[in-house]
Design a protein around this ligand. Structure first.
Ligand code: ZN
Ligand code: ZN
Length: 368
């Protein structure tokens, strides 16, 4: 049996989480944080668990196939923006949630490493749409016609992929240390053709080198593993409250999709190393006594490296206005909105003219 849901995606009958009262496929409901049947409204709670001991051994990741996404998933690839979406195997996507394109095909790519933790959606589809409408009304510079005539594309709930890394670091370092000292110097100055002796304290720096060992433990360095959402937009809807991370459960994906990570576990770790290196350099500069401390060389050993694959929730969509597409996103946890929008030439011009008039009036007053 095959049916069409309201998003017009084909939903095939599978062993998915069935509604006990009508047999329909249930979906995760952000308002109750449980499962809800879209057909009869039957609700079922999800038992959220917070087992934060899901750190996995980074060096074993290549061999450890048991951490691959073992539930039945399908990966769709977008021919337009390149996003890879992970959906339950029974869901067929007919458009790309990230750019709205219909050039989307099933790939034989596996879904990759299974997420260990996620922040479940707390903002519902209706709430996200209401937030968006409110946001667009609040944009003074957007053309008035936009507020009435934009066409909202489908809005999708997507979990964005992130990595977090822990590591115990141990660094051998060499630092240049500079200490200030003062000398009294006398020099001759000429004033009105007369020579005069001036005595003053001049600051000098005495340099020496030191070497040592520095240890620091880094916990949960967060690295974005996706490039589909403009960094500028994502930045504006942050932060996510990471204390709400709960154990990944298949139920939270029901009716939602996850983006497959495009930054590999290894690439993510090299980004994390850059962040840790900055932390280590700061730590050394603070711990060595001296007026100026500069790290001259550094060699770091990363031990006990563990990682987690986590998912963070966003509602993502776009709207059409005068044949252009503008992307917008809503934080699925906090409801914060950001997006691109057209600017009204008329409104900006009239603002500039009014500012010029004010400047002109002020100028007249000052002048008189
Ligand atoms: Zn039902
Ligand atoms: Zn796309």
């Amino acid at each position: 049996m095959t049916s069409f849901d309201e998003q017009n995606t084909v939903v095939e009958d599978t062993q998915n989480i069935k509604c006990p009262s009508c047999g329909g496929n249930t979906e995760y409901d952000p308002e109750t944080l449980g499962l809800k049947c879209p057909f009869c409204g039957h609700e079922m709670p999800i038992e959220a668990t917070f087992d934060h001991h899901v750190e996995l051994d980074f060096n074993e990741a290549g061999n450890n196939l048991q951490h691959l996404w073992n539930e039945e998933k399908r990966v769709f690839s977008c021919g337009n923006c390149g996003a890879e979406s992970v959906l339950d195997a029974h869901v067929v996507a007919d458009f790309c949630s990230f750019c709205g394109s219909s050039h989307i095909t099933v790939t034989d790519q596996d879904a990759g490493i299974q997420p260990g933790l996620l922040i479940p959606f707390q903002v519902s589809n209706e709430q996200a749409q209401a937030k968006f409408k409110e946001w667009i009304k609040g944009h003074f510079f957007a053309p008035n016609t936009l507020k009435k005539t934009y066409r909202l594309n489908k809005i999708s709930g997507a979990y964005l992929p992130y990595w977090t890394y822990d590591s115990q670091t141990s660094s051998q370092y060499v630092v240049r240390v500079g200490n200030y000292y003062y000398v009294t110097e006398t020099r001759t100055v000429y004033e009105d053709g007369k020579a005069r002796q001036v005595t003053e304290q001049v600051r000098k720096i005495r340099w020496h080198q030191e070497s040592g060992n520095y240890r620091e433990f880094f916990d949960d360095i967060l690295i974005k593993a996706s490039h589909t959402v403009e960094p500028k937009l994502l930045q504006k809807v942050q932060p996510f409250q990471l204390t709400s991370l709960t154990d990944y459960k298949v139920e939270y994906m029901s009716g939602f999709l996850a983006e497959r990570y495009s930054v590999s576990l290894q690439q993510g770790f090299s980004e994390a190393k850059d962040i840790m290196t900055r932390g280590i350099v700061n730590g050394i500069e603070r711990s060595v006594a001296g007026d100026i401390v500069e790290v001259a060389s550094l060699s770091t050993d990363y031990k006990d490296i563990t990682y987690k694959h986590i998912l963070l929730p966003i509602w993502i969509s776009s709207f059409h206005f005068k044949e252009k597409i503008y992307q917008f996103i809503v934080n699925g946890q906090t409801g914060k909105v950001s997006g691109n929008y057209p600017l009204s030439v008329m409104k900006i011009t009239s603002l500039v003219i009014s500012i010029l008039i004010v400047i002109f009036i002020v100028y007249l007053f000052i002048d008189s």
